[in-house]
Design a protein around this ligand. Structure first.
Ligand SMILES: [Cu+2]
Length: 301
């Protein structure tokens, strides 16, 4: 597992510079994945697996992916527990979402590693995979996270927190989830048809590639402006795009980052999906200082 030799820890929010952190040690299980808690070189493509491990992107091409392990489905994993303060919301009304991450002894974790420029990434989505939001709450000194959140319509939503907690000096990368409820008449939306080209805020966004359960596959995103020319993509949170893939039925979570530079104007990801089924793929990209999110339905057999 020489692959991971030399990857240092991410920057910590308590001011510990990576230079002073102990180097991450390759442990070598031969699966092409890092141990939970290891922070990868983020200039390289990689996949945040649903079980909290990270797979370095293109090096895993053609090999068997993580497969069955899925995460983001549990309130508690790896000794960490997501504790939301309130989980019931009123449709269309801005409300404070606050929560903490309880550590193994129950006290809130207050130290996190910065991953993609943030200490914690929060996805909120209704269980029918509509209304995707990618948010960055802020943390108070006591470890309470908070953000103003509007859930537009009735239904059951999922909050999915993706972070690397540092407990006793050990980084633990994990993804935890909880339901949020909005009372009222829930009118679920059917998944849109699995088309390749979608219109997003005036851009035509497409993807090439075939997501598979058998191997890690390249997925290339292209963004064209109203003039039909390739849009000039800008880095957003340290990458030329962010891809969140959620499985229909249980909202199993996969977060993938691209190769460091666009290739012929296209953003290249390496993706493996945990099972056959229907997925919704969300691609965050930035043009002219604005972040947009394109979404596709993907059927994996
Ligand atoms: Cu984020």
């Amino acid at each position: 597992m020489v692959l991971f030799a030399g990857y240092g820890l991410g920057r910590l929010n308590n001011g510990t510079a990576s230079a002073s952190a102990p180097p991450a040690t390759a442990t070598g299980n031969g699966s092409g994945s890092a141990m939970p808690g290891m922070v990868m070189d983020e200039s390289q493509p990689h996949q945040h697996n649903t079980d909290g491990t990270v797979t370095q992107g293109s090096t895993a091409a053609g090999t068997t992916p993580m497969g069955a392990a899925v995460g983001g489905l549990s309130l508690s994993s790896g000794g960490l527990t997501l504790v939301p303060t309130t989980t019931s919301f009123t449709a269309g009304k801005p409300q404070r979402l606050s929560f903490r991450i309880a550590g193994p002894g129950g006290a809130p974790v207050t130290t996190y590693a910065i991953v993609h420029e943030k200490l914690l990434h929060l996805i909120v989505i209704r269980r029918d995979l509509s209304g995707f939001q990618h948010l960055h709450p802020s943390m108070a000194a006591d470890g309470t996270w908070g953000i103003d959140l509007t859930l537009p319509s009735p239904g059951i939503y999922r909050m999915i927190a993706d972070f690397t907690a540092v407990v006793g000096g050990v980084p633990i990368a994990t993804t935890l989830g909880s339901d949020l409820t909005v009372a009222g008449n829930y009118a679920p939306t059917a998944l849109p048809a699995p088309v390749r080209a979608v219109a997003t805020d005036g851009f035509a966004v497409g993807y090439e590639g075939e997501p598979s359960t058998k191997s890690t596959q390249p997925i290339l995103m292209s963004v064209a402006g109203p003039d039909h020319q390739a849009a000039v993509l800008e880095p957003y949170l340290g990458a030329y795009g962010h891809l969140v893939v959620l499985r229909a039925g249980d909202l199993a979570y996969v977060h993938v980052h691209p190769e460091a530079q666009p290739i012929d104007g296209k953003v290249k990801f390496w993706l493996s999906v945990p099972s056959s089924g229907s997925y919704r793929m969300f691609f965050d990209f930035q043009v002219a200082g604005q972040v947009h999110t394109a979404a596709w339905t993907v059927e994996v057999s």
